[in-house]
Design a binder for this molecule. Sequence first.
Ligand code: GRF
Length: 214
Amino acid sequence: MIKIAVLASGQGTNLQALIDACQSGQIRGSIVGVLCNRPDAYALERAEQAGLRRVVVDHHNFIDRASFEKELIQVLQSWQVDLIVLAGFMRVLTANFVTRYSGQIVNIHPSLLPAYKGLRTHQRVLDSGEQLHGCSVHFVTPELDSGAVIAQAIHPIAPHETLESLQRRIHALEHEVYPRIIGWIAAGRVAFLGSQVYLDGAVMKHPVRFWQHG
Ligand code: GRF
């Protein structure tokens, strides 16, 4: 059973999906703690309700990123984590932090990477008249939203799609694909070595893609 730390800043709906997946056995791992940089994050409530250890490391209390991350590292070391799962964690992590945990940090991003890195992805996708949108699960590397993508869930955009409906759809997809891929990592099926992703022992040439229809 791998030990997972979840880092979150907000609502924590992905955290909830991961909690449920650990409880159901879809993920053969345990969440050993939830770390938030915001004391008002609803993710903390979810963690409490699930009986999980919670720590707030408020970035406002640190003079720079290095000292903030030093504190994060101390907590993660004390939990002896195998995998760090970013679930709506709204702080950019430095190269120092990311390389220290190379192959052990994953993120979910609400776009079909490498398209639409950064924020406000749903609005930007709609504004550009795209036909496809989705989310990507990727290993985290120093450059923002640029790590090797493990899997994507793809949503064909409907003609009547609004920002709200798109947000809802993508969020729902995230809650399916993230636990699934964390489950694969926990089972040892997926690994990041060098700069490549391996699935079942073979180098992945492209991300696994799940299509949503209807
Ligand atoms: C998700 O949209 C995820 O893709 C992004 O941050 C958001 C977190 O949502 N990285 P929640 O806090 O899990 O509800």
